[in-house]
Ligand binder design. Structure first.
Ligand code: AHR
Length: 651
């Protein structure tokens, strides 16, 4: 009993309110800047096995045998040959399976997938293969790679290869068990040789039920963010380790069988993998990207190479394209716009139509370059700007202020971007707690007449805690009040990176984690979702003692902003202090008899600031609704220590 009383007393002491009651004045007299529909978005880059092994549903690694080592990802047995005169010009390799000469010793290959293949009990899987033979047969098996007994075969089926010409064969298999790391086997059944090429295994239940489509839970996690804009495909991926390996959008469209594999920019960056095997199949390419934007109802934002290879990795000027040789790169950018928007009679519009989308995708903007720096960047960007303005004056152009959130390069590039007249500047900041706590007012003093801001990559990289945890997400929430308050100058913001496979990551924090069967939305995901869910239409003034609430000295660790959505008012408050704060929301500008009603309050907090949601406990830390009652010209509430809060009022 004594112990209980003591604990209660300790708790009361711990929750004593910080300083004075804070009076936040909500100014309803004036409607502020519109919050752009693009304000909160997503950024996809194929890092951490985000595409193959992640969002893209194919579970087969090196499906066309065109990795530099044709059998990477495969175990081969029996008698087979790697051939290189296949039916797909840009993926020429295939396998010839020959009879081993023994009835019970087969010829075949087994694919390890991406850290195995996740199968769900009772779910269907679509196997497909391009093959040719003079009457041979294939046996297809899903196997439990850990089992040494006959039970290792989970399910199987046969395909009769009845054509001497290359043809696509399809087989549906149902998994009798739930297993995270199954393998796929393709064997010769019988003694007649069979050639095989482009071997795939997709779940039947994909996003929107598209055959050969995207992993449903991962696409759903993006949809549930209600993104307004979608940046793609990178990041450093755009630049490549060198120009040869940059993301080439033209290789990412057309039939998947003929999209050539590309070495991933993040291939060499795994500390724990001695044998890098990170290539992209381009299966999730530009068509799939535009289609996903359409599904989400958001604006696509492609990023194209400006002819500079990754500057982190290439000091030597000869690694980059000289300015007077940029024409093919500029043409790539122009052609991408044609692919998205061109009529079906244009070269690239026709490709889009043949892929199943004759209507344009309505592309409105394009970023040129990722994190470039130095004098070479404006020099490279200029000819792009000239050509794009001439051919597509309505397309917005996005330039970059480099990889740093401030400093010499940043200070040099912003004025250069202004000179070039780009529409938006892409700023990146992966910074520690201290930085986020100090940046609440970052955009308050930005030039209102210059290009707008796109916060294109950001995340709180905790000092000694460079991983997802609640405190990092709270500081991101705090910082984002400054984006919102400055919606007149900040038009878009996208957290980074988006995805990470728990067994194949090289960068964290990330928004969504997954294994081969499950996924989890991180604390940062929930912050992003709260912002887009309560985005509102216009900023409204919110001050304490006449000043914006930016976590400045004396502001008791509070960051806050407000927007209005019709007759609803959303006030966001991040309390970064370790004590609660008592707040009186005072509404200024109401008519004499008018009052404001408390409608709803959403609280996002965690007893452990170092914790995050996990695959085993994916909803450990989620926003919760709390009772919120009040009516009048002022309404009070107390915010928990270390919490992010959305207050919804109605007038
Ligand atoms: O998001 C990961 C990387 O961080 C991006 O590729 C790059 O733009 C940034 O440096």
């Amino acid at each position: 009993m004594k112990k209980t009383l003591l604990t209660a007393a300790a708790l009361l002491a711990a929750v004593s309110v910080t300083g004075q009651t804070v009076r936040m004045d909500v100014n309803l007299k004036k409607t502020g800047a519109p919050v752009q529909p693009t304000m909160y978005g997503i950024f996809f880059e194929d890092i951490n096995y985000a595409a193959d092994g992640g969002l893209y549903g194919d579970m087969v690694k090196n499906r066309s045998f065109d990795f530099p080592y044709a059998l990477t990802g495969w175990t081969a047995y029996g008698k087979l040959q790697v051939m290189d005169d296949g039916p797909f010009e840009r993926n020429p390799h295939y396998l010839r399976l020959n009879w081993s000469g023994h009835r019970d010793k087969f010829t075949g290959v087994e694919n390890e997938g991406f850290f195995g293949m996740g199968l769900k009990k009772g779910e269907g899987y679509v196997f497909s293969v391009w093959a040719r033979s003079d009457g041979g047969k294939l046996r297809v098996e899903l196997v439990d790679n850990d089992s040494m007994t006959e039970t290792q075969i989970l399910t199987q089926g046969e395909i009769s290869v009845n054509s001497k010409e290359w043809k696509k064969y399809r087989l549906e298999l149902t998994s009798p068990v739930k297993i995270e790391d199954a393998h796929l086997r393709v064997e010769l059944a019988g003694n007649v040789s069979v050639d095989i090429e482009h071997v795939s295994l997709f779940p039947k239940d994909t996003w929107k039920g598209r055959e050969g489509g995207l992993r449903k839970d991962l696409a759903q996690a993006l949809y549930d963010l209600h993104p307004g804009v979608f940046r793609f495909p990178g990041g450093c991926i755009v630049e490549g380790t060198d120009l040869e390996t940059r993301y080439n959008w033209k290789n990412s469209v057309g039939p998947v069988e003929n999209r050539p594999v590309n070495e991933n920019r993040w291939h060499y960056t795994f500390g724990y993998k001695l044998f890098p095997d990170y290539f992209t199949s381009y299966g999730f390419g530009f068509y799939e990207f535009f289609q996903l934007c359409e599904d989400f109802g958001c604006e696509p934002l492609p990023v194209v190479s400006c002819g500079l290879a990754c500057q982190f990795q290439n000091d030597d000027p000869s690694a980059h394209v000289p300015v007077d040789e940029l024409q093919p790169y500029i043409q790539d950018a122009l052609d991408l716009i044609e692919f998205a928007n061109g009529g079906v009679n244009t070269t690239w519009g026709k490709v889009r139509a043949e892929m199943g989308h004759p209507e344009p995708f309505n592309l409105k903007m394009l970023a040129v370059g990722n994190e470039q720096w130095g004098e070479e960047y404006p020099a490279h960007l200029k000819p792009f700007v000239d050509a794009l303005r001439k051919a597509y004056p309505q397309i917005k152009i996005i330039g970059t202020s480099g990889p740093n959130s401030e400093g010499d390069q940043f200070d040099y590039l912003w004025p250069e971007m202004k000179k070039l007249g780009v529409d938006l500047v892409d700023e990146h900041f992966y910074r520690p707690e201290k930085w986020f706590l100090a940046q609440g007012a970052r955009y308050d003093s930005y030039d209102r007449k210059g290009p707008k801001v796109f916060a294109g990559e950001y995340a709180c990289h905790g000092d000694g805690k460079k991983w997802n945890h609640f405190n990092a997400s709270l500081l991101e929430a705090a910082f984002m009040t400054g984006l919102e308050r400055n919606a007149d100058v900040v038009h878009m913001a996208t957290y980074a990176p988006l995805f990470a496979h728990v067994r194949g990551w090289q960068w964290r924090p990330d928004l969504i984690w997954y294994d081969n069967l499950r996924s989890v939305r991180s604390c940062s995901w929930y912050v992003q979702q709260l912002y887009s869910q309560y985005k509102g239409q216009n900023v409204i003034g919110l001050t304490w003692d006449g000043k914006p609430i930016t976590g400045a000295d004396g502001q008791q660790g509070l960051f806050a902003s407000a927007v209005q959505d019709g007759n609803l008012i959303y006030v966001k408050v991040a309390n970064t202090a370790s004590s609660p704060n008592s707040i009186e929301f005072s509404f200024d500008g109401l008519k004499k008899a008018e009052v404001v009603k408390a409608v709803k309050r959403v609280v996002y907090t965690s007893p452990d600031p170092d914790a995050d949601n996990t695959l085993d406990d994916p909803e450990a830390i989620v926003p919760r609704q709390r009772i919120f009652i009040g009516e009048g010209k002022a309404i009070t509430a107390t915010v928990d220590p270390m919490s992010f809060n959305i207050f919804v009022f109605e007038r």
